[in-house]
Write a protein that binds this ligand. Structure first.
Ligand SMILES: [Zn+2]
Length: 494
């Protein structure tokens, strides 16, 4: 299987043993890692106790036009040579996809991207796939294809000869609940909690500003816990990306809850959206697919990195053009930005020592394409003593239940348009087909008329108003819902 991005394509390997000086030739656009396979495969075959054929060995990988990268073909190359030499029977090979790198002593090593490769093998209609034993938990997530694990080339050869068995995956371990923390632990900050609930219900991107230590990170970490668990298809999609990124857990490979990814503000473009030297890897934006991408201290992020985030925000995926083709990584995430209110980052607003211009400019670089997509902005302030009065604080579970009801209402309303959350609805639909009654729109039109709001700002406020309405179980946003939505904008706009 050749895996580019998260898409796999079947590669067929042919071997021919001819007259001539003993040599090995690889044809079909192999990269340098694959060229090195010749020596690895040869050593592994000999050290397994099998005879390497005399003469000229030609190995052809097809389709010839498809670039092939990496060491995942080792196991299949070895099997092809042994088959051509008549050392093993062909029957089982015909319907089997082989995945794995070989060590010199014949052990089968794990490679990245096993899950998307197994999914593609199933799509290609193959009946069996053999993977490195270490990758069995990951490969075993795929139903509808027989998955077997080989620890060594010797084990594979025995199985092909009908002289031994290969291990199937263990029954899946019970899913591990990731420790994301509970909203109950967030004391006070009622407005920010409410913003988080609205963000979760409508799928809105969120900007949190406030002094250091106020709890912006703590709040953001609790957003995934308010979102519905991933559906089966989404779960495999996210797990496939993490498989290619090489960050899957061995014991609990399946990712079934929305991921939370928090790259450092000094991250490079490649770390943020994917790429890098060698075979391309997904970046933080793709690892956060169907979950939350949290960018702390976002005012410190380089302009190039912020620019690079535009494509995933607009298109929900990242495409990386490379010498070996285009790698495609899904990247549909909910963005949470956090920032200090100004460069000096005082604990209390009145202690700020920044010049007014520096204060205004600080968040200015976020403006334009990025800030345009943020529907919600909240300024967090140090708490008054009353916040510790010991009042009952709502748990994530209680909020998640309200969020689920609101999300269902939105999904039903927009389903005919192929959309599921309020955040995805384009402005022209909000303004025409789903136009609010005149009295509900009055606060927005008033702000527009006095130049206190842009047309895009008005669209954002109406999107949020729909979510506020969904959360209270309403059918159509009222002026009250619109005012609540506007409240977020005005307080947030520093
Ligand atoms: Zn300051």
């Amino acid at each position: 299987m050749a895996v580019a991005g998260v898409d796999g394509q079947l590669v067929e390997i042919e071997a021919d043993i001819g007259q001539g000086l003993p040599s090995v030739h690889l044809v079909g656009r192999p990269d340098t890692t694959l060229q090195e396979s010749r020596d690895r495969v040869r050593a592994a075959v000999s050290n397994t106790g099998e005879k390497w054929p005399d003469g000229r060995v030609v190995l052809a990988l097809s389709p010839a036009t498809l670039p092939k990268v990496g060491s995942v073909y080792d196991l299949a190359l070895a099997a092809a040579v042994l088959d051509a030499a008549g050392s093993i029977p062909s029957q089982r090979l015909a319907d089997t996809v082989l995945l794995g790198e070989l060590a010199l002593d014949g052990r089968v090593r794990r490679v990245r991207g096993i899950l998307p490769a197994v999914l593609a093998a199933r799509t290609a209609g193959r009946g069996t796939v053999v993977v490195p034993t270490a990758a069995l938990p990951e490969a075993g997530l795929v139903n509808g294809i027989r998955v077997l694990g080989a620890a060594s080339l010797g084990e594979l050869v025995d199985w092909l000869r009908g002289a031994g068995e290969l291990a199937p995956p263990e029954p899946a371990a019970p899913p591990l609940i990731p420790p994301t923390g509970d909203l109950r632990e967030v004391v006070g900050q009622d407005e920010a909690r409410w913003a988080l609930e609205v963000a979760a219900a409508g799928g809105h991107h969120l900007l949190l500003t406030g002094p250091p230590g106020i709890g912006k990170t703590m709040l953001a970490q609790r957003l995934p816990g308010l979102l519905p668990p991933l559906r089966e298809r989404e779960s495999l999609e996210v797990t496939a990306i993490h498989s290619v990124a090489g960050i899957l857990s061995d014991d609990h490979p399946l990712i079934f809850s929305p991921p939370f990814v928090a790259p450092h503000h000094s991250s490079s473009v490649a770390a943020m959206i994917g790429g890098g030297s060698g075979s391309a890897r997904p970046g933080a934006a793709s690892c956060a697919h169907r979950g939350v991408l949290f960018l702390d201290e976002c005012a410190e992020i380089g302009t190039k990195v912020l620019e690079a985030l535009r494509t995933p925000l607009e298109e929900g995926e990242v495409r990386i053009a490379r010498r070996d083709g285009v790698a495609r990584y899904p990247a549909r995430f909910q963005l949470v930005l956090a920032a200090n209110p100004c460069p000096c980052a005082p604990a209390r607003d009145i202690d700020c020592i920044c010049a007014p211009l520096a204060r205004r400019r600080y968040l200015g670089k976020l403006s334009g394409p990025l800030l345009d997509r943020i529907d919600l902005a909240v300024q967090m302030h140090a708490q008054a003593a009353g916040a510790f009065s010991g009042e009952e604080v709502e748990s994530s579970e209680v909020v998640r239940a309200r969020v689920a009801v609101a999300r269902d209402a939105a999904a039903e309303r927009w389903s005919a348009l192929g959309l599921s959350t309020n955040a995805e609805v384009p402005g022209h639909i909000l303004r025409q087909k789903f136009r609010l009654p005149r009295e509900a729109l009055a606060p927005v039109e008033n702000a527009l008329r006095h130049g206190r709001m842009s047309a895009r700002g008005a669209d954002r406020a109406i999107r949020v108003a729909w979510t506020v309405c969904d959360l209270r179980g309403g059918h159509l946003p009222t002026a009250q819902d619109v005012l609540q939505a506007l409240n977020f904008r005005q307080r947030g706009a520093a």
